[in-house]
Design a protein around this ligand. Structure first.
Ligand code: CA2
Length: 156
């Protein structure tokens, strides 16, 4: 069970978005919808606030930056919502970082990765996180934050 003893009560939750998600709303509208990353981050901040939490929203196209953010979360955040995007399917290093983090982690995908190309069906990180949400679009992030809030409340 995650041990989130290191982060103070008022610490934010980390919302981490991986490569190319900064292009949301500009391309691939049929797959990911019209919403932008800014819209998703606003939804995350609003949903977190509804549960008395703060969301620290970040996006990077770089695997090492994502891994550093997960390491930082060990002491600076109370939980993680992560859409690792393309790195979901390739990154053993990101999986290893998440496996070591000892925080509640929710993996989110906008699309249902199991209805798409075979190479998207496997996520390297799903086996080390507590919860996976996919196919709910941007609402999946709100679901993830609501779930994190409940876990944090249960573990108070
Ligand atoms: O469904 C998801 O959220 C994904 O994590 C999105 C990733 C994809 O590689 C995963 O298989 C599923 C892709 C994010 C890139 O998003 C773009 C948005 C607009 C234009 C191009 C890419």
């Amino acid at each position: 069970m995650p041990n989130h003893a290191d982060a103070p009560q008022g610490a934010p939750v980390l919302v981490l978005n991986g490569p190319n998600l900064g292009l949301l709303g500009l391309r691939e509208l049929a797959v990911y919808g019209r919403g932008t990353l800014a819209d998703i981050e606003e939804l995350c901040r609003r949903t977190a606030a509804e549960h008395g939490l703060r969301a620290d929203c970040r996006q990077s196209n770089h695997e090492g930056v994502l891994i550093d953010a997960v390491h930082e979360a060990r002491t600076a955040h109370r939980g993680i919502v992560i859409n690792p995007a393309g790195y979901s399917h390739t990154s053993v290093a990101l999986r290893d970082a998440l496996a070591a983090v000892e925080l509640p982690v929710v993996e989110v995908h906008l699309s249902n990765i199991h209805r798409r190309e075979a190479f998207r069906h496997h996520s390297c990180v799903s086996g080390v996180v507590g919860t996976v949400i996919c196919g709910a679009g941007a609402h999946g992030y709100a679901m993830a934050l609501t779930h994190l809030a409940q876990l944090l409340e249960e573990n108070r």
